[in-house]
Design a protein around this ligand. Structure first.
Ligand code: NAP
Length: 290
């Protein structure tokens, strides 16, 4: 059987790794990115570089979006020359960006009007996992659409967790990232205390990362901060976006997220200090003394 034709919209840190995987696995691929320069390496490697999301989607059996936020997603699906204007009936649409549940439901309804099913399939894992096909997908939508998408998803990830109907994947991803953001913010405050109190940083980090607070996220963020390497795997401003979305989602569910609200204030302060485009672990540097 011939491979499904795939479109990837969004060639940022994550989308570029995913597109590279699909090309390596010889899927017929069309790509679109707002800044068209980012398409060039993929067209050189055999992909078709589209001038609009609509053009990218026209011949695709599976259309994947991996863009920054709700605004970007709305623009690439529903904007002028958006992908929904180009999709064929029966194509499966996969929104992998971290977005709000409300927008995902609106998008799924718009997709249904075009005769297409939408999967919300945000991911855990970061730049290296996208490049090596080791993402974990948190999926909302129908079993049937997931079965259709599986041959493509299996090149991109190693774990596929079907959480329920449309919006379930989006909600789970926001729960996941709000806890990540809170942990990173707490590590930033911890490192302030360590520095201001005159403790040895290496010894203190060993205690924290090997002990009870040492989650995978805390371990990775502490290592990046200790190495003073804030090259973005996951840009800090996107973590702030996720904290804001989680706060909004919890509010719809009748709860004010106290820890996320505090963490978001710390991330906003980091953005105000100019760290927004660095890795999220730069939140630690942003909170250090003077
Ligand atoms: P990124 O490198 O900043 O890339 C963002 C992408 O969105 C770029 O292709 C960008 O296009 C596009 N974009 C932004 N605003 C747009 C708009 N208004 N209209 C059209 N396109 C727009 O981000 P990323 O790290 O790949 O993240 C992509 C998504 O995955 C986000 O939702 C993020 O929260 C989520 N995520 C990221 C990670 C990670 O570790 N990086 C992990 C899990 C999930 P331009 O190139 O033209 O700016």
């Amino acid at each position: 059987m011939s491979k499904p034709r795939v479109a990837i919209i969004g060639l940022g840190i994550m989308g570029s790794g995913m597109a590279g995987r699909l090309l390596s696995a010889n899927f017929p691929l069309s790509v679109y990115n707002r800044n068209r320069d980012k398409s060039a390496p993929f067209s050189s490697a055999g992909a078709t570089a589209a001038v609009s999301p609509r053009e990218a989607a026209v011949k695709a059996d599976i259309v994947i979006s991996m863009v920054a936020d709700d605004v970007a997603s709305r623009s690439v699906w529903l904007g002028e020359n958006g992908a929904l204007a180009g999709v064929s009936r029966g194509a499966v649409l996969i929104e992998c960006s971290t977005l709000t549940v409300g927008w995902i439901k609106e998008l799924a309804a718009a997709a249904a009007q075009r005769g297409c099913e939408l999967l919300d399939a945000p991911v855990t894992g970061t730049k290296p996992h996208a490049a090596s096909g080791e993402l974990s997908f948190l999926i909302g939508g129908s079993e049937a659409a997931l079965a259709t998408a599986q041959p493509v998803l299996s090149v991109l990830g190693r774990e596929f967790i079907h959480l329920g109907p449309t919006g379930s994947g989006a909600l789970m991803k926001l729960v996941n990232n709000f806890m990540c953001g809170v942990q990173a913010a707490s590590l930033a405050e911890a490192e302030y205390m360590i520095g201001a109190g005159g403790l040895d940083l290496e010894k203190a980090l060993a205690i924290l990362t090997r002990g009870a607070p040492g989650s995978g996220l805390v371990q990775r963020a502490a290592a990046r901060a200790f190495a003073n390497d804030f090259t973005p795997n996951f840009p800090l401003h996107l973590m702030a976006k996720d904290l804001g979305y989680a706060i909004g989602e919890a509010s719809h569910l009748g709860r004010s997220l106290q820890t996320a609200t505090s963490a978001l204030a710390i991330f906003k302060d980091a953005i105000a200090k100019g760290y927004g485009d660095q890795d999220f672990s730069a939140v630690i540097k942003s909170q250090q003394r003077g």
